[in-house]
Ligand binder design. Structure first.
Ligand SMILES: Cc1cc2nc3c(=O)[nH]c(=O)nc-3n(C[C@H](O)[C@H](O)[C@H](O)COP(=O)(O)OP(=O)(O)OC[C@H]3O[C@@H](n4cnc5c(N)ncnc54)[C@H](O)[C@@H]3O)c2cc1C
Length: 321
């Protein structure tokens, strides 16, 4: 199907595959994206998709990737790219924080500690900041359009091996998320289940994020017409059916933090499986340079996307000589 027409085949059409494909096109490469799933059936489409490096593992490059993506999304928000906005965020913390900026703070221009009044009596600290928020059902089609407008081709096919893609182009990018567990026999890749409740937006202007809520991981992310309420972080759970009791618990936690949500109509329940990897994302070339891996971004694939795309594109260009 794509013999001879591509310099690179990117396997995976989620946020990681598409951003990498676009960066490769910007470097003059002819790119085909192969995807098993439709655009809006990927994990990327389910993401709350707010910039924050959640549980990103120990890779020292994470801060740079996050900062690059922050700057890119901020630029896209200024340019009016569909689905991209900058959202003020309140992040109260129950645990007392160490002195100075958090490790991710250098990327965030207006980061400041919450005042005692802002964080409330139960919390010992926390941060106020503005961060990119990406409405994926609007943004992913825009990304795909940018890719195809640049001459990119999409092929809908589930591959049994990455070697198959290697028949079509000299270099393959593996951006298959959770699919990499089987395609690369990488047992470090595992799902982290996330359940969400989407409610009508009663006019909330800002996000709330409580990473260490004793009642459970909690976030409230308003979008143009709805609010994404979360969440759960369930390691090694493959169940994609929303659980009613979990949904009730999410609603209870979120309305306790933001009472304005009490009357908000529930629109939809959703579950996504974060493509996590013990040790953090894998972003490297195979020794023969024919496959560049870019997978395992867990709960931060949007946050790391453009930064990882730059690194992956550089690896491809270096590999191809
Ligand atoms: C509930 C929830 C909330 C989240 N919130 C945030 C957030 O606020 N901020 C943030 O940064 N991140 C968030 N994430 C994480 C984010 O969604 C992921 O890190 C990101 O979507 C991973 O992107 P990806 O492109 O690697 O994977 P995916 O979107 O899963 O895409 C994988 C692609 O590979 C293809 N593929 C797989 N196997 C094969 C095969 N054998 N053959 C062909 N194609 C194949 C699939 O069809 C798909 O196109 C959230 C995730 C969940 C579930």
């Amino acid at each position: 199907m794509v013999d001879g027409v591509a310099d690179v085949v990117v396997v995976g059409g989620g946020i990681i595959g598409l951003t990498t494909a676009i960066r490769l096109q910007e470097r003059g490469r002819r790119v085909v994206v192969v995807t098993a799933d439709g655009l809006l059936s990927t994990t990327s489409a389910t993401a709350a998709a707010v910039w924050f490096p959640v549980a990103t593992g120990t890779d020292s490059r994470v801060a740079d990737w996050s900062a690059t993506a922050f700057a890119e999304f901020a630029r896209q928000a200024r340019d009016g790219v569909p689905g991209v906005s900058m959202r003020s965020t309140r992040m109260p913390a129950h645990e007392r924080q160490s002195e100075g900026l958090p490790w991710w703070g250098a990327a965030v221009p207006d980061l400041r500690p919450l005042t005692a009044a802002e964080r409330g009596p139960d919390c010992a600290g926390g941060w106020s900041f503005t961060a990119p928020a990406v409405e994926m059902p609007l943004y992913l089609p825009w990304l795909l359009g940018r890719f195809t407008d640049n001459g990119g081709e999409i092929v809908h096919r589930r591959l049994d091996t990455l070697g198959r893609a290697g028949d079509w182009a000299p270099v393959v990018v593996n951006a298959t998320g959770l699919g990499a567990r089987r395609l690369c026999d990488d047992q470090a890749v595992h799902p982290v289940r996330g359940q969400l409740v989407l409610v009508r937006n009663p006019g909330l202007p800002s996000s709330t994020r409580i990473q260490d809520d004793p009642a459970g991981y909690t976030y409230i992310h308003p979008r143009s017409t709805d609010v994404v309420l979360g969440g759960t972080f369930e390691e090694d759970d493959w169940n994609t059916t929303p659980d009613p009791a979990t949904a009730e618990a999410i609603l209870a936690r979120c309305t306790a933090h933001v009472p304005a949500l009490r009357e908000a109509r529930v629109l939809r329940h959703a579950v996504g499986l974060r493509p996590a990897r013990h040790g953090g994302p894998r972003l490297e070339a195979d020794p023969d340079g024919r496959i560049v891996h870019n997978y395992g971004h867990g709960g931060a694939g949007v946050t790391l996307s453009w930064g990882c795309a730059d690194t992956a594109a550089e690896l491809v260009v270096t590999a191809a000589g």
